[in-house]
Write a protein that binds this ligand. Structure first.
Ligand code: T46
Length: 153
């Protein structure tokens, strides 16, 4: 089975002594995150209790962050399940391809922002959990064969 391939990153934030001036956070593709950004999308006008996701990506790397509100991201590697809370604009969740994810909105109007390494391609989604487990199984076999390639008798 696959490992929990994700990392929390701290998004750089410039604070001001004058709190009425707000905060500014930023990150840069290929510097703060390990991919060039091809796509940005965001989910808003949301309601507490909303569920989305229920899929994995075969190729797509993503950074998820929540500039407003609170969203729980449930990650599943086929053998383990973990929940990460995005409850601070400076928290970034870097997801490697291959992890099953589900999102639960914990507060009305919470905003989920995502930057992705790939253009939108529905063919690289796995949208059914049984298919996901089958994909992991086949991938393990292929990876096993590749790691043996070149080994002499
Ligand atoms: C993910 C989570 C965090 C597009 O046409 N282009 C796009 O770039 C995206 C992301 C979606 N769409 C269309 C496809 C569907 O007809 O928008 C509709 C809703 O997408 P989806 O059901 O995939 O939304 P979520 O919230 O379940 O998942 C999205 C991303 O698709 C996914 O990559 O990791 O957010």
């Amino acid at each position: 089975m696959m490992t929990m391939n994700y990392k929390m990153i701290k998004i750089k934030t410039i604070s001001n002594q004058d709190s009425s001036y707000g905060e500014l956070s930023f990150f840069e593709g290929e510097k703060d995150i390990p991919f060039a950004i091809k796509r940005v999308y965001f989910i808003y006008e949301t309601q507490k209790g909303m569920h989305r996701g229920f899929h994995a990506h075969k190729q797509n790397w993503q950074l998820l962050f929540c500039p407003y509100g609170k969203i729980d991201i449930i990650l599943d590697s086929g053998s383990e399940r973990e929940t990460v809370s995005l409850d601070d604009p400076s928290k970034g969740l870097l997801l490697h391809p291959g992890l099953w994810r589900e999102m639960i909105w914990r507060q009305d109007s919470s905003v989920l922002c995502v930057v992705a390494s790939e253009y939108y391609n529905p063919k690289e989604y796995i949208c059914n959990y049984r298919d996901y487990l089958r994909y992991l199984h086949e991938k393990k076999q292929v990876d096993g064969l590749e790691s043996c390639a070149g080994e002499g008798p």
